[in-house]
Design a protein around this ligand. Sequence first.
Ligand code: GLC
Length: 722
Amino acid sequence: MTEHLYNKYVKNMTLEEKIAQLLQLAAPFYDEPGDHSEITGPMEELGIQSETVRNAGSVLGVAGAAKMMAVQKAHLANNRLGIPLLFMADIVHGFKTIFPIPLAIGSSWNPELAKQSAEIAAREAAVSGLHVTFAPMVDLIRDPRWGRVMESTGEDPYLNGVFAKAFVQGFQGDDLAGDTSRVAACVKHFAAYGAAEGGRDYNTVDLSERQLREYYLPAYKKALDAGAEMVMTSFNIVDGVPATGNRKLLRDLLRGEWGFEGVIISDWASIKEMVAHGAAEDDKEAAFKAIRAGVDIDMMTTSYLHHLPELVDEGLVDEAWIDEAVLRILRLKEKLGLFDNPMRGADPVREKEIVYSAEHRQAARKLAEKSCVLLKNEGVLPLRGEQRVALIGPFADSGDILGWWSWTGSKETAVKLSDAMRAVTDNPDQLMVAAGSGVDSITDTQKEEALIAAAGADVIVLAVGESSHMSGEGGSRTNIRLPDAQLELIRLMKGLGKPVAIVLFNGRPLDLHGVYDQADAVLEAWFPGSEGGAALADLLYGKVNPSGRLTMSFPNSVGQVPVYYNSFSTGRPKPAVEDENRYVSKYIDSPNEPLLPFGYGLSYTTFAYEGLTLSSDTIKEDQPLEVKVRVTNTGRMSGTETVQLYVRDISGEVVRPVKELKDFRQLELAPGESSEVIFFLEEKQLRYHHSDLSLSSDRGQFQVYAGGNSRDVQTAGFRLLK
Ligand code: GLC
């Protein structure tokens, strides 16, 4: 299906032109005087001639319809065969309209809204000249020390797969060539980047192939099954070999076993970095290993440009490898319709109407409302309009609520919590606002201002958290508590003896010492995006009932990390009722359980579960199990409950997790309303990778769990007969 491209282009291209198609340069190479483009990786002198720039295959980080059109026009004027440039960028959770970070979107448990967020991001990006987004990031995460947990949807492979599919469908739609409001998706980072030891970014990953296949690979596969056009390799090693040069991972598994025929792009400089890894003696060997593994695009280094010609001359690289890489890139350009219309959806006039539109911001607000998680509430929330409220903290009046990957977003126009609360409360002139501290500093003046603001208040709302630079790429932390200055502010406010509600702005599960124990209420806002303040004000005043549920466990302390719900029992599990036995798997200074478990979240109402029943106590391979449970809203406010279905395989050929999420439903229930939820559990959902890597289920005993989180559940058992 690419013969026509071969005959029209590849056959007529010089080796240098082919190799230039494999090069991706960052925006500064295309900047006009005065332009300031986004840099998302280490820049260094690349020694690139202008002729190479005009033969390059793609660019990352250029955005804006007029700029893209000017760059494309200049490129085509200088490209001998008229091959258009491919424009790519990180549009991870929004372009100009920034949605909540993916860890927040995951907490909505609402794939439809996730899909809509990707569709809107694509619409804004495409009209601004972009063709490909480096998203979704679907790395499984279990270590909140890692800064990039904010980019993932969490610790569960099944749920990550649900969101991976939703994001790809939103970005790409089902007609990339015909629908110029979409962009191609690039799923990342392949593979298992989230398993970095110590949660330290770019650090060693060391997993068994079984663990890789069972937990880390499923979400990438779901993204590809949904049609993702590109894959980005990860910085880390996989079984000792850097992913970017890993033939077993890329050629054998991704292309061979999974049949992926799309474009593989390195992460920023990850080809060259094989030298630093100690997996290549020099840049030339790195280029050899990457092209042999099937990496098509060299992002922001010249490993391919400077070494592939020599490797071909020496007969070490078959030019056919280069041809197939060029063809995949040209095929993507064709799929995007770029040969017929190199400007594709870029339109400076429509850009002004579409980008950051009221409709888009309303969608961002709704998703932010659904993504916030009520972690604690002892009668303080929702606020009442007549209450005198003091809003205090470094995030009370801050636009730094977009998160790390929001380079085209605008902190200046983000809706701040203080402004939004003034708009919602009955008596805005009674809303007292003070910073009280910086993110990681506090002064006597700030403390005095906070005390003055709080003096006449009935209730104190503290807006605290991490700055956006404390998470994201390169943002790993060993201490995942709030900065001391903010903990001091919390103590100072708590000391006034008034009700305290804390709103958290952060990009990771935190160690909530000094927060959870001090507050009467805690609302997790994550980085809620362009409309974050508006969403939070509606949640705080009860115009919207919180419905978010955690998709990553909050540890009691960083000493517990990694702690995740789908863990193994061990041979000496700690008994449910603790006893004096020392010789069990436990800590002498901490619980084993996280402070807040996967799936956890409160509401302003309450929900009761009853009557978990199974259609049978045995099932066969062709006979699904029907699971019923009745859920009732036992409170006084309508609310959304996420009913979660977990399973435990009591005994397997390898050990099996104590719980695994298998399905979920969201229910909107009025006060007093109840609904019977019916799940159908099939044998194929019980399959797992055995020690020989075969995927199958075993006969035997299983437990089913149903509840509003992974801890507080009803249970019943059944046997699988085979
Ligand atoms: C960064 C990130 C990757 C991003 C790429 C381009 O280093 O690892 O997620 O897409 O470079 O910005």
